[in-house]
Design a protein around this ligand. Structure first.
Ligand code: NAD
Length: 485
């Protein structure tokens, strides 16, 4: 067995250990072995990182936008050159297949390129009127941003935040999830190679309750962007209120997948299968609630189960369709919900067991005959568990889709143009996709409504969220209010 990787943090351009000297282990979910050892940041390390980001802010924010874009493009090229290392590291720390990790790193490179191009392309507005005044707006960076990342798409989500924040002129402290800090820490070398000045990006590895919390309450952090569970979002929003931070919250989901009776059923089965089992279901907008219109319900369920049984689960370097569950804790959570589903009266048609170790793997699991009262339908499981129920007509389908605290995403399968667009308008979710298992492009906004949070990742909307709008007004001899004394 190879020796664990040992990685430092990045603070003010220096590779550093935690001030306390403490470290923690990162496990490989496919083997259960220690994959890496990294520093355990405490509040004092976060304070140093924030201070470095604050010192770097004037220089970075005043650098020309073209130059900021160039550095992001250089970071994209550096990542491209090290792509294979990142793919291996991402699948080793998270458990996802090499194929999935390759997809993530490829789209991460594209995300850096996308915001590299946006850095100098975003403009303010000139306001027409009032007479005798020149009034215009500027988009200015927010300041120092704390970026807090989950474990399911570690490098992709880190860069979804990092790239627009840097393009807009902010400096940042990035905190990866404690389960998966490796690829974020690996960015340190690439940032140096790409010529980022010290302090512009700082990377701290540590727990949410200590390092994450310190970022959220730190008086010198202007904005926090969190992707994580809804319960974490509530804590962050409450704690950020004290210092009136800007917050972007990308939270949990329980996204619906509506199959109308006029859908291309083969396409709907294949797409629905991908939408719940890709990445072992550890996807915030996994379409975990599948509602099928009654006339095609039995046929859909039969084909879905038959194909679910054909899925291969295994370690990253195998031909698996999906890989490991990222942590033992998450595996136990899935087991708990599957037990609960059976107690609640859902019909378990396939799966329902963890696979023999080493590592944490779980079978593709399908429940049918579910109702919206069941907790397996209401709560986020975050695993390879599909819950299939029926609907009668359009209104019933939309009502069931919307009967959830969450509002992240939805998919609709129909060949009827009117049904597709009506459903896309009527479903309360940040994104609705029609007749496809695709759900994400760097160019299109991504985020939630309701308990799935607010603010958007990706697209020009994420860039905007890392800026403040400033109005500048200059008299051209127009009317000036006075007391007339
Ligand atoms: P989590 O909430 O446990 O942790 C997310 C991050 O927040 C981690 O870095 C963690 O250390 C940090 N954190 C935890 N408590 C904190 C606190 N009190 N203060 C500051 N930071 C704190 O979530 P997770 O288990 O890592 O990720 C899975 C969750 O993320 C799921 O609910 C999933 O739906 C959600 N998610 C949402 C999106 C989206 O775009 N909406 C994308 C991916 C994942």
């Amino acid at each position: 067995m190879s020796e664990p990787l040992v990685l430092p943090m990045l603070i003010d351009g220096e590779r550093v250990e935690a001030r306390s000297g403490e470290r923690f282990e990162v496990l490989n979910p496919s083997t259960g072995a220690v994959y890496a050892v990294v520093p355990q940041a405490g509040p004092e390390d976060v304070d140093l990182a924030v201070a470095a980001a604050r010192r770097a802010f004037p220089g970075w924010s005043r650098l020309s936008a073209t130059e900021r874009g160039r550095k992001l493009a250089a970071l994209a090229r550096a990542l491209e050159a090290r792509k294979d290392d990142f793919v291996v590291a991402e699948s080793s720390q998270n458990g996802k297949t090499r194929f999935d990790a390759d997809f993530d790193v490829t789209s991460t490179i594209a995300c850096l390129d996308y915001y590299a191009g946006m850095a100098n392309a975003v403009m303010g507005e000139t306001i027409s009127g009032p007479e005798g005044y020149l009034v215009y707006t500027r988009r200015e960076p927010v300041g120092v941003c704390g970026l807090i990342v989950p474990w399911n798409f570690p490098i992709a989500i880190a860069v979804w935040k990092l790239a627009p924040a840097l393009a807009a002129g902010n400096t940042v402290v990035l905190k990866p999830a404690e389960e998966t800090p490796v690829t974020a820490l690996m960015l340190a070398d690439l940032l140096e190679e790409a010529g980022f000045p010290p302090g512009v990006v700082n990377i701290v590895s540590g727990d949410g309750e200590t390092a994450g919390h310190r970022l959220v309450v730190h008086p010198d952090v202007d904005k926090v962007s969190l992707t994580g569970e809804t319960v974490t979002g509530k804590i962050v929003m409450r704690e950020a209120a004290e210092t009136l931070k800007r917050v972007t919250l990308e939270l949990g989901g329980k996204s619906p997948n509506l199959v109308f009776s006029d859908a291309d059923l083969e396409q709907a089965v294949d797409g629905s299968l991908f939408l719940i089992f890709a990445n072992a279901g550890q996807v915030c907008d996994a379409r975990s609630r599948i509602y099928v219109q009654e006339p095609v319900y039995e046929t859909f369920v039969d084909r879905f189960v038959e194909k679910a049984r054909r899925l291969v689960v295994g370690p990253p370097d195998s031909e698996a369709h999906y890989g490991a569950i990222t942590s033992a804790r998450q595996l136990e959570k899935i087991e708990h919900y599957v037990e609960l589903g059976q107690k609640e009266g859902a019909t378990l048609l396939t799966g329902g067991r963890r696979l023999d170790g080493p590592g944490w793997f779980y079978e593709p699991t399908v429940f049918a005959d579910v109702s919206n009262e069941m907790r397996i339908v209401r709560e986020e499981i975050f695993g390879p568990v599909a819950a299939i129920g029926r609907f009668t007509d359009y209104e019933d389908g939309i009502a069931k889709a919307n009967d959830t605290p969450y509002g992240l995403a939805a998919t609709v399968w129909t060949q009827h143009l009117e049904t597709a667009h009506r459903a896309a308008h009527d479903i309360r979710a940040g994104g609705v996709w029609v007749n496809t298992s695709e759900f994400l492009f760097n160019e299109s906004p991504f985020g939630g409504m309701k308990a799935s949070g607010f603010g958007r990742e990706l697209s020009v909307h994420a860039f905007d969220a890392y800026t403040e709008v400033k109005t500048v007004g200059v008299s051209l001899g127009g009317h000036m209010p006075t007391f007339g004394v």
